[in-house]
Write a protein that binds this ligand. Structure first.
Ligand code: HAM
Length: 416
């Protein structure tokens, strides 16, 4: 049997209503904060990700789907969306106007070891703000994210926050961390032995036992922030408190991508296993300039859709109620039946029908199998009387109503 590739999966109709509900909630909330959607390509030049995510990161070193195209150019399936948004921002000179608030949704690709909540193709909903440096912005976007979770009635989330400093204060911290890790070489994993020299912060993120033990007493970045970064971090914490958003400082959190400066954060959730980070992001004030654009402070995040799906699995029935129109009789009855179906669909009602002009019994059976909430029954007698029968499949009751205005009658029933 042909199957999907390891780490890839189908999102089947049974799950799709939940996905659409999550996406619609994101659109509604993000747009109320002034965001617009951007659609970015799924494939980009490999260089874009190398230069933005960083050469010495798991994503770039081990996880990218990189190929040569037919002209020998190295291209990569996007492992994340921020790099592409920044590329688009520079390419289309979006910096000409006021601040840009952009969101995106779609698949990302990372060659990771698949497990519950971790896939090789996974979907993100991301949001990026380009052109604002105020800590108030960081806090507002975090508030927006937490509002999104609360609209989805998600409980048990924790917002963890840290600051990674800037190009002024981070080098000093890196040197101190390097010195500290120098004394722990005996227990570090092979990858981290290499990382100590080039990118020691990555060692704090390593999940191997020796490295976790070695870094448990490591110096903290928060004690090495310059005045500007410390001020920014405390202002974000203050604004969050004022907004009633609870945040826990996690001074060991370094994130797996190199472009971050100042604020970084992760949101974790309970009850979905080891892969429990449902959203993450932070500030990246140098990335636009590093990729050839003007100085532009930025802040953003991405939410993991599959992990949201795991959390909300038990969510209430989100599928649109289905109406089945059962028609039996001559051509004139079928023509009238089609007219009813058209009118209902014009009013946004989900309608199913029979295609084979079967008798009433098999039609009712089909309606039942499809899970119809209501069945409208139109036969020769009903048409002659200008009526139609409405069967409530849940209550098991039936009433006869006027054929005229049936669409309004059905819409009212569905809404109540
Ligand atoms: P990230 O932490 O790599 O950040 O990914 C964000 C979220 O995507 C994770 O918290 C997780 O929920 C989900 N995710 C990541 N990898 C997988 C996977 N293999 N399977 C399932 N879900 C996954 C970024 O991607 C940054 N671009 C976020 C950002 C935006 N920072 C600033 N702006």
């Amino acid at each position: 049997m042909l199957r999907t590739i390891r780490g890839f999966k189908d999102i089947l109709p049974a799950e799709i209503h939940l996905w659409q509900h999550i996406e619609e909630t994101a659109r509604k909330i993000f747009e109320s904060y002034g965001f617009s959607e951007i659609r970015i390509p799924i494939v980009e030049r490999t260089d874009l990700f190398r230069r933005s995510i960083g050469e010495v990161t798991d994503i770039v070193e081990k996880e990218m789907y990189t190929f040569s195209d037919r002209h020998g150019e190295s291209i990569t399936l996007r492992p994340e969306g921020t790099a592409s948004v920044v590329r688009a921002y520079i390419e289309h000179k979006l910096y000409g106007g006021p601040i840009s608030k952009l969101y995106y949704m779609g698949p990302m690709f990372r060659y990771e070891r698949p497990q519950k909540g971790r896939y090789r193709q996974f979907y993100q909903i991301g949001a990026e703000v380009l052109g604002e440096e105020s800590p108030r912005l960081d806090a507002e976007i975090l508030e927006m994210l937490m509002r999104f979770f609360s609209h989805l009635k998600l409980a048990g989330t924790t917002l963890q926050i840290n600051s990674l400093g800037c190009r002024i204060c981070r080098p000093g911290y890196k040197d101190e961390l390097k010195r500290y890790l120098g004394g722990k070489r005996g227990v570090l994993c092979e990858d981290c032995l290499k990382r100590v020299e080039i990118n020691p912060l990555r060692v704090l993120d390593c999940k191997s036992r020796g490295c976790t033990e070695a870094t448990s007493g490591a110096p903290s970045i928060l004690e090495h922030l310059c005045d500007e970064c410390r001020g920014h971090f405390h202002a974000v914490l203050d604004c969050l408190q004022t907004a009633g958003v609870h945040a826990v400082t996690n001074k060991r959190m370094v994130r797996g991508l190199d472009y971050y400066t100042k604020t970084t954060f992760e949101v974790t959730a309970e009850g979905i296993g080891a892969q429990n980070t449902i959203a993450a992001g932070g500030r990246y004030d140098m990335l636009v300039r590093d990729l050839g654009g003007p100085d532009t402070p930025c802040f953003g995040f991405a939410i993991g859709m599959e992990r949201m799906g795991l959390l909300l699995k038990e969510a209430t029935e989100l599928k649109k109620p289905l109406v089945f129109v059962a028609v039996f009789g001559g051509d004139d009855v079928h023509a009238a039946g089609m007219d009813v179906i058209d009118r209902l669909r014009e009013h946004g009602v989900a309608v199913e029908r029979d295609y084979e002009r079967k008798g009433i019994k098999p039609q009712l059976k089909r309606a039942n199998r499809l899970g119809a909430r209501y069945v409208l029954i139109l036969g020769t007698d009903e048409l002659a009387a200008g009526t139609i029968a409405v069967k409530d499949m849940e209550a098991g009751t039936q009433e006869v109503v006027s054929l005229e205005g049936i669409e309004a009658t059905v819409v009212k029933k569905i809404r109540t």
